[in-house]
Ligand binder design. Sequence first.
Ligand code: PEP
Ligand code: MN
Length: 672
Amino acid sequence: MKELRDRINQLDESLLKLLSERRTLSMDIIREKEKHEYNIRDKEREKDILSRIVETGKKLGLDTHYISKIFQDIIDDSINLQNEFVIRKSNKIESGAVKIAIQGIEGSFSHLAAKKFFGHISNELVFNSFSDFESVIESVENDESDYAILPIENTTSGSINEVYDGLLSSNLSIVGEELFQVKHCLLGLEEIPLNNIQKIFTHYQAARQCSKFLYSLNKTQVEFLDDTAKSIIKIIELRKPEYAAIASKEAAALLGVKVLREEIANQAGNYTRFLVCSKSQIVVDKRIPAKTSLVLATAHKAGSLVEALSVFKEYGINMTKLQSRPIIGNPWEEKFYLDFEGNLSDLNVQKLIDELGKHTRYLKILGCYQSKEIEKSKPVKIINEKESIEPEINIENKSEERIEVKNNISYKLASRLYKKDDTIIKVRDVSIGGGNFVIIAGPCSVESYDQIISCAKEVKNNFAHILRGGCFKPRTSPYAFQGLGYEALDFLKDAGEQYDLPIITEVMSVDQIEKVAEKSDMLQIGARNMQNFSLLSEVGKTMRPVLLKRGMMASIDELLNAAEYILARGNRQVILCERGIRTFETATRNTLDLSAIPVIKELSHLPVVVDPSHAVGQRDKILPLAKAAKAVGADGIMIEIHPDPDKALSDGLQSLRFDQFRKLTEEMDKIK
Ligand code: PEP
Ligand code: MN
């Protein structure tokens, strides 16, 4: 044992040495890139490295997901390192202490975000604490501090308006941003039951982000203080174990109090974006992703905002945020805060700003800075050229001469007449429609934690895109397995997070929608509910993409009208699914209507996927139908898989074993 452990220790040490050597090489590369002014990122090369490594890893018996996760982190580290090198040059941080103004004391979220932002510099950091944002800004304006750290928006509670307004009236520039995951905890002096807590101290933004938890405590009083860390000081001073505070775990450790409950925020992914501001502007190196922020006010007449915004379209520049605020003294007039991807030193951006000036009555640039949102490269499957065959069927998917669609149709928003171009629906980083072929796979029902985790791993390892799993099951017999409900949803969400896959699950009734939409990236409306109009209207009010399955007795016209119910309520993200219809044929579970695909493509701009599993009902016939689906122009397929189909609690006969699924994904790549 000892000998084996010693060898493992040696290996770990070698791995570390290799990583450090790789980092040194990355730095050599950036110096080389500097000389030739090459781009910092080469996404094709990143994709190439990942794909190659995954292939080699496979040959060595290493799991695809595991390898791509590790190497994605290694590549990210290298990009960060290179970005930091460049940004440090443009920020020109002098030697000596860096003075940073924050709202709140040490241990507050502003303090933690500042430490993250300035983490790479060796200068001493000195913090100046203030109780309000105005004083933070003033401190930099009168040279008492070099930088101000200001929270600008939170993923749960939205924009922090005082900061926007404070920035506009100041003469500071934005020189950086930091994204910080805010994990709120309930803290106290000693462990006590939650219902004995009499009073909770916190900051009002933290209270908003934890409103559901606070509401669940019923009668507990809440008192607001200037920042979360101060609320800890308060309970230490008052010395009552019945008093609690909401702040970070880091602040609890710093100030010596106990964590009573972790992660009490409404949303698990609770992020705050902080701005870093200073008196002088910076020039961001053109090779790193940059963002620009500005404030504008348009003329008070019809269409003036549209005119201003269409300038962005004209210049092909992507806006990442638009926020409106009232103009003080001019009732009902608005100014707009706007962020976009682009560097002020680019000619194209300068032209955009000139043009924008013609359509606005006020325009002020707040700053240009490095964007912290790094787009990740993903490995792709390496396909052996010799293996790939052209399908014999030639489909003209995007034919210019579409047959005239009748004018007296009963749906509008779903129709090609309303929208000519294919709709592309984004589910996290997966795009459905517009030429991407997406594979959705997973078990019919989520049966246990281990079962869904093993399916997720298989989905990821075979480069499929979305994980499915039924939590609420529509079963023909009331005595058949009905699904594990919300417990299954938690398992599915966990599996999706572990393997970085978006998830989809079915909703069967109106009361499930809100709770399911909170956790699932996509909602499915099953065949049996295609014409449940109240269900359609309710999913139409959510922001989640909806996969609408064709009813087993429904015509294409009825399917498109059902989609219209969802679209008309506001949700424009509908994906149609052909899953087989009832015919006189009894040899298969249903009859897969493949002609529906080109027909729908002609009538509608919405993406269409095919579910061969429910159509044919027999596992050995799924592969040819899946291939046919791709060949007739579907935007994707949905496939049921199971680690042990014979023991499946639902639809075992049509569920693929993992080896069959692997073969299917390989075969799909051969169809172009
Ligand atoms: C399913 O996808 O699990 C399902 C129940 O399918 P359908 O609604 O098409 O029968
Ligand atoms: Mn099923």
